[in-house]
Design a protein. Structure first.
Length: 373
């Protein structure tokens, strides 16, 4: 493709969702990716689409999270029709477990405000009801919050289907390493790769934790760092779990392919994405605390990925201050797959219409001090 309208740096969830919405609106889109589509966090994430919990929820991330869930629900059948690929989008229940009174009280407090979102059905269930629902759960559980109406998706299939849809709409996924952005005044006009240059009208930085390396090109900090997360994929001889179970920061749930995913860790260890035996042992211990009868679970895969975590834990969405046509979509941390649709929609609306209700000031790049570049 010669002279695309928009160059997007990064072929993860945020980059491909942005490209999809722009290509659907008729823009000529080129996504430049150093490695492969969804080759990092977007391809290894569990894909839980839970908009009622996480960093900035309740708070500035909540409206984006709710909108993103709606977008996933409407987008999944469209992507399957456009590409023929089943993204394994499924609506299914989730149970947040309480092992002690403090956790129970915290969950009950959350339950009160979460009930305002009537597209989800939330209820508190007793220890007896928990056991009736899933007898393999620990007898130490004193109750749980049951959430119905949330969903999940197979992350790699989802991002790959976005990329395929972009190509069907005339866009291009180009392998290459971006080394700079050339500007005249307040307007960017060229994205520089190691061996070529690409002229364009708009630029989107969606490079996950590597987005911080782009700060020097735009003269504004993009304060994101990698947060390592490790996941085990298990085969359960006793059969799949009926829903996803959460306890603290961890979860376990069976996916449509029959494997049960167990996660996760939060490790600020830089760009080291190697799986470790320490994380494996920690996750197995966590599993047996929730489901002690699953000591015969077999590990099929052990993965690690690097999530982009912003300085304040909130996603970064919006136009770069002082530049007319450069945008940033990154920093969603553990909510990256969920928020990718909302982030992509927001950036596409900013490019097409110069405004978006999803790109709020609380999530903009303006909240960070320019002097830290």
């Amino acid at each position: 493709m010669e002279n695309p309208d928009v160059v997007i740096i990064g072929a993860g969830g945020a980059g491909c969702a942005t490209g999809y919405y722009l290509a659907s609106a008729g823009k000529k889109v080129m996504i430049v990716e150093k490695e492969a589509i969804a080759s990092h966090a977007s391809g290894f994430a569990f894909g839980g689409l839970q908009p009622l919990a996480g960093a900035g929820i309740p708070g500035p991330t909540l409206p984006l999270a709710i909108a993103s869930h709606h977008l996933h629900t409407s987008l999944a059948p469209i992507l399957e029709e456009e590409t023929g690929m089943d993204t394994h989008f499924r609506i299914h229940p989730r149970m947040n477990l309480a092992f002690d009174e403090q956790t129970k009280n915290s969950l009950l407090t959350s339950l009160e405000w979460q009930k305002e979102y009537t597209e989800f059905s939330l209820s508190w269930i007793s220890a007896e009801e928990v056991q009736s629902y899933e007898p393999r759960l620990s007898k130490e559980i004193i109750g749980a919050m049951l959430v119905e109406g949330t969903s999940s998706i197979e992350s790699y299939r989802y991002v790959l289907s976005l990329a395929q849809a972009i190509e069907k709409k005339g866009g291009e996924i180009k392998q290459g390493n971006v080394v700079g952005i050339r500007k005249t005044g307040s307007k960017a006009h060229t994205v520089c790769l190691e061996n070529t240059e690409i002229l364009c009208e708009d630029v989107v930085i969606a490079a996950g934790p590597w987005s911080s390396e782009c700060s020097q090109w735009i003269n504004w900090p993009i304060p994101v760092k990698p947060l390592k997360g490790q996941i085990l994929r298990l085969s359960l001889p006793s059969g799949p779990l009926k829903c996803s179970f959460n306890s603290g920061h961890g979860y376990v749930g069976t996916k449509p392919d029959g494997l049960t995913w167990l996660g996760t860790t939060e490790e600020p260890v830089g760009f080291d994405d190697n799986p470790t035996s320490e994380a494996r042992d920690y996750l197995i211990s966590f599993l047996l605390e929730m489901l002690p009868d699953l000591d015969d679970a077999q590990i099929i895969h052990h993965t690690a990925c690097l999530r982009p975590m912003s300085e304040d834990g909130l996603p970064i969405i919006g136009k770069v201050p002082d530049l007319d046509n450069v945008y940033v979509a990154t920093g969603a941390g553990r909510k990256g797959i969920l928020l990718s649709t909302g982030m992509g929609k927001a950036i596409s609306e900013l490019i097409l219409n110069k405004e978006s209700a999803l790109a709020t000031p609380e999530l903009s790049l303006n909240r960070f001090d320019k002097t830290s570049v």
